[in-house]
Ligand binder design. Sequence first.
Ligand code: ZN
Length: 341
Amino acid sequence: MSETHINANDWGIVGHEHAINGLRRAILSDRVRHAYLFTGPEHIGKALLARRFAQTLLCTGGPDPNVAPQNPCNTCLSCRKVMHNNHPDVHYIARPLDRQFILIEQVRALQSDTSRKTLEGRRNVFIIDGMHEMNVQSANCLLKTLEEPEPDVVLLLTAPDPAQLLPTILSRVQQVPMNLLTTSQIKSALEQQWEVEPDEATLIAALAAGRMGWAVQAVKDEEMLENRKTQLETLARLPSLSTAQRFDIAQRLSTDSDKLHGILELWLLWWRDMLLAANNSLDLVVNVDMSSTIQKQAAKVGPVQSQRMVRAILGTLEALDQNVNARTALEVLMLDLPSVR
Ligand SMILES: [Zn+2]
């Protein structure tokens, strides 16, 4: 069948036609590999695509119930079980929230599961979401399964960047790179499928920076945008505050280490906007709802100081990754902030 007859939306995924068509071709030609690696930034939809692929591989709603169709039917028992996370032949593995890495016990459990027969489906599918969160010891353990897989086993791995994985793992997987969507793709999907008002869709699509998963999360969780607004308002006030006031804020932010990374990413985006505005590229600004504030501040701060702040924030993010004391790192950043009166 030619690609023009294939509608990637049958997978219920916005965009990513190239990736979907590749997987579909593998099914059609009966050349499904034993292991795939889905790559792309956080919230781009790697786990969703892996899950839809698993669903399609196990769907019994096609013309021949014994053969995987090219699209999941979404109605057969198998499809519904995958969608409700209770299909006995689809196994989901991720780093436990309170741990730094995927545990070797999780890999061993996977290995004992791969050696048994499928319970209901044609294949035994294992989704390892966040392969980069597996340490070398566990990855080497998993390698055994990748080297000699049982015939019906399919491993679906996700990771932001293939460079984060061992070459021995990479050489045994089929890579499926996922590309960022355009802002207009996200905007129209939000309007048409999620019934978001045009103004809000414009803002969310700009902030999503190409990641549909992020956009959907922002639609579902109203607090996400409210928190962002509060953070940006604090951020906009910072250059006019005294050092003592800035240190108070640094102290307050440093106590919530879970949120700190996200907040600093917001700062980074803000100062990139300042840099763009200072270079007369206001049309490229991401925080569109704050563009007049950004424009005013950028006129006072200028491109050189804005550039310096972008670098300083990147440095702070790096320092935090290396477990530098958060309060100290933030205080240094506060001193780097230009003063605007
Ligand atoms: Zn189905």
